[in-house]
Design a protein around this ligand. Sequence first.
Ligand code: GLN
Length: 375
Amino acid sequence: MPELLPRARSSQESIFARMSRLAVQYGAINLGQGFPSAAPPAFLLEAARRAVGTADQYAPPAGLPALRDALGADLGVDGADLVVTTGATEALGLLAQALYGPGDEVLMFEPVFDIYLPQARLAGATPVTVPLRLEGEGSWSLDLDDLRAAVTPRTRALLLNSPHNPTGRIFTREELEALVALARQHDLWLISDEVYDELYFGERPLSLRTLAPERTFTVGSAGKRLEATGWRVGWVACPPGFAGNLAGLRQVASFCAPTPFQAAVAAALPIARETGFYGGLREAYVARLDLLAGGLRELGATVFRPSGTYFLMACRPGWEAETLVKRAGVAMIPAEAFAANEAPPPGLLRLAFCKSQAELEEALVRLARWEKAGG
Ligand code: GLN
């Protein structure tokens, strides 16, 4: 019998899929995988109902023209520089295939969103991580000298995620300017994963593209913005002149993203902007963040407050994700899932607060019960 290649055999069930599966199996509140428990907004669902039956055949591989136009207007980029993808995950995988290959090194920050590592390796490249370090409550610091020291003659690209999953950190203007200076000095590509661009709790994050439009590929996600993570509509905003080749490459993978969902997102994007939908979302999430962070602190956990995303990291020595999902009835993601070279402190976990208030309250009740029973 022939055998699967090692790259296929080494792919395991993702921590997100695993925790969601265990949450169902053990009847746990799922604060693990980041998906909202509320339904997407009515204006999006109505647009989808209209689209099914009228926009059912293949879209052009670069995306439905209506969606590229709507996105262009929303992001302030030329629609011709956009490529619509089957979720941001495909967008990131596509960029890995397009921008680096065997012998290349790709810089990324640790804690690192789990798929960045295998996507780089599948492209034949070597991921090189630069640590974000914990500095007491609330802050993850970046030492730019660590970043500069990580650049070698083989470095090809720098992959950034801001707001950052899992830490919720937003990179400052000064940091982004330093990254751009480094990229220009060493002629690196910049890949900016900005799927949480509308989920911030202070100042609006700066898009890296505005500082280096000639070399930045920006990744975005309708699933994150419009609370429909299963729709799989993502995009890449390319530097001028690159969208055509990228669309050519993406058609080899899945040809096009699902057409009715593209049509629905195209209709929904201007409505979301005009009705202040994102502002409402932020308000709702800050309230839930406060609820969860306050409850966790009362239980003795150290909370690292995010500046964006719908995740927070908390540390309670003795808490262990596998035990908690099975015995306390609360699913979370262990920090080890985001580790590449640095061992996270024991008891460090990521919790999603894009869940209902009732679910968050019940999770806190269960954790209090668990603590009371001696863990
Ligand atoms: N982005 C999601 C999270 O961090 C997971 C994405 C996925 O499971 N594909 O929870």
